[in-house]
Design a protein around this ligand. Structure first.
Ligand code: NZQ
Ligand code: ZN
Length: 383
């Protein structure tokens, strides 16, 4: 097991009715920017619950943060914060709203020129405004981590810093009852792949981390199809929300190698073709595991047994059978596992490989052995 430092500063208020505790968590006298997306929170009643908690408070609003949040919209938030001397950000929505708010929090005090440099050049974030979130879509895990993914022009890039962990996040599973099947599926698949990025590498005797990972995967396989069937089963939605949060807030990835190449490739497909983040991963992951079966072989065989119950046959046969189960699960959740399923031409493999090479992204994966030419092979096999 590798050395690690584990510190997650985000306080979580989890469960039914927890938005009613939001007011007590906000700093006294805070001057707040309330951020949101395209209107789902007004349709599902979350907005009214939040506004009720802001009575008597000074707050301004930035709505319209897009899925795959865009720099231009977020810079309007930066201007609002500066104009009204706001000092606390409250994001209400899914991962895009929370990520966008993290960018605003980092951009306001940024002194290194254009805040886009935080994404494009990896410019250091020395401090950020405090922020909190009310989560309405379990998927990204942004409600309890230091990462954010921002889009500008044809680029979709990520940054990570300890300074943008939410001070607190409210996770009320009832806010997810209004999610359409597509977003339920996106949340289940994104969470599944977050776990795989931190698990499907090579053994380092992280015995407990492996079982943390496998338990989340087993839970997702169990509840995913039930969630998709619809209904307002509180405990199903509570487990969904908790899986998505736990997948990317620390314990799964502590002390073990991580891959993240499916995400790196997937972000390019979203930037180029506008495909939902999670749905790009449903295409990339199965093909990547197939191409990298040699270096991932030990964990693939363990995963075949512990997640899918596959114990018979040669290692290669078990891996084939497990990858077939993976594709079947993603497709059962309504996500194609081929580029053609999204109408994306096979030629995109060259375009993605060239874009990554042009940015100097030449050595991704847990061993740094996924080069642009390997990326091309992975996408060609997913055509
Ligand atoms: O914009 P609104 O009106 O809120 O509608 C949203 C949006 O259209 C809707 N929605 C959200 N909650 C809802 C709801 N509709 C009905 N009922 C609700 N309760 O769902 C749509 C998608 O929302 P979005 O926030 O984009 O989805 P998600 O939470 O999956 O976030 C995706 C973003 O997260 C980034 C992705 O790249 C993508 O930009 N990621 C962030 C990560 C992180 N911070 O650690 C890691 C992830 O790997 C991921 O890359
Ligand atoms: Zn993701």
């Amino acid at each position: 097991m590798n050395n690690f430092t584990f510190h997650n500063p985000t306080k979580l208020l989890f469960g039914k009715g927890q938005i009613a505790n939001l007011g007590a968590e906000l700093p006294a006298g805070a001057r707040i920017l309330l951020t949101s997306g395209g209107g789902s929170i007004k349709a599902n009643g979350v907005y009214d619950q939040v506004i009720a908690q802001l009575q008597g408070r000074t707050f301004f609003e930035l709505s319209g943060i897009e899925a795959n949040p865009r720099y231009e919209t977020l810079m309007r938030g930066v201007a609002l914060v500066r104009e009204h001397q706001l000092d606390f950000l409250l994001a209400v929505g899914g991962g895009s709203v929370i990520d966008g708010t993290k960018f605003i929090a980092a951009a306001v005090p940024f002194t290194g020129g254009d805040p886009w440099r935080i994404l494009s050049d990896g410019a250091s974030v020395e401090r950020a405004l405090p922020l909190a979130s009310v989560l309405t879509l379990p998927a990204a895990g942004s409600e309890a981590n230091g990462a954010a993914v921002i889009s500008r022009d044809d680029q979709k890039l990520a940054f990570w810093t300890t300074h943008v962990y939410p001070v607190f996040s409210v996770l009320d599973p009832e806010t997810t009852f209004s999610l359409p099947p597509r977003q339920i599926a996106n949340g289940v698949i994104d969470t599944f792949v977050h776990v795989m990025e931190q698990y499907m590498t090579y053994p380092v005797q992280g015995l407990l981390q492996d079982r943390f990972a496998e338990s989340i995967l087993q839970t997702l396989v169990e509840i995913g199809p039930k969630l998709l069937a619809g209904g307002r089963d509180y405990d199903l939605h509570a487990n969904f929300m908790w899986c998505a949060c736990m997948a990317l807030q620390g314990p799964v990835g502590a002390g073990v190698p991580a891959d993240w190449s499916s995400h790196c490739i997937g972000h390019e497909l979203t930037a180029l073709h506008g495909v939902d983040h999670a749905r790009t991963l449903a295409v990339v992951l199965p093909s990547l595991l197939d191409v990298k079966r040699e270096t991932k072989g030990e964990k693939l065989v363990q995963w075949a047994e512990r997640l899918w119950g596959i114990r018979e046959g040669t290692p290669g046969q078990r891996i084939d059978a497990a990858l077939a189960r993976l594709r079947a699960f993603f497709e059962q959740m309504g996500a194609p596992t081929r580029l053609s399923g999204h109408g994306i031409p096979a030629s995109t493999a060259d375009v993605v490989a060239q874009r990554l090479a042009a940015r100097g992204v030449n050595t991704i994966g847990e061993r740094g052995d996924i080069t642009p030419s390997v990326v091309r092979r992975i996408l060609a096999r997913a055509a």
